[in-house]
Design a protein around this ligand. Structure first.
Ligand code: FES
Length: 136
């Protein structure tokens, strides 16, 4: 599963139109994002943090494939949050089910940076989706 939830109205801006950098807490090398390469994949909104992180080998759980039907992609956007698409009602409702919310909490699959600022993101070490198929 993956992509965009067809039942939700998409009012958002699209992927970034300018290059920008994403720093991940605990990862030395920043990710350089080139807008012409977006979207990378099919998980989450095009150009979302989930899309960017997965493409660059940063593991982020995303049980529903990025269609706002879980909260496993919960991340903290520590810097650059103002340059990201605003959270819509569906995202906020789903975030309410995530543990350890902060004002910087976002669903990575719905958080689309516009490229005007560097992004710093932290991925919580715990995860609601603790049981994975590959553990069986
Ligand atoms: S992956 Fe399910 S809401 Fe983001």
């Amino acid at each position: 599963m993956g992509g965009v939830n067809p039942y939700l109205k998409q009012t958002a801006n699209g992927p970034a139109q300018q290059p920008f950098r994403v720093r991940v807490a605990g990862v030395q090398q920043p990710i350089e994002v080139a807008p012409q390469d977006l979207p990378y994949g099919r998980d989450g909104l095009p150009g979302s943090l989930l899309d960017i992180l997965l493409h660059h080998g940063v593991e982020v759980d995303h049980a529903c494939g990025g269609v706002v039907a879980c909260s496993t992609c919960h991340v903290y956007v520590k810097k650059g949050g103002a340059s990201c698409r605003r959270a819509e009602e569906a995202e906020e409702d789903m975030l309410d089910t995530a543990p350890a919310l902060t004002p910087q909490s976002r669903l990575a699959c719905q958080c689309v940076p516009d490229g005007s600022e560097e992004i710093e993101v932290e991925i919580p070490s715990w995860n609601r989706n603790r049981i994975r198929e590959d553990e069986f």
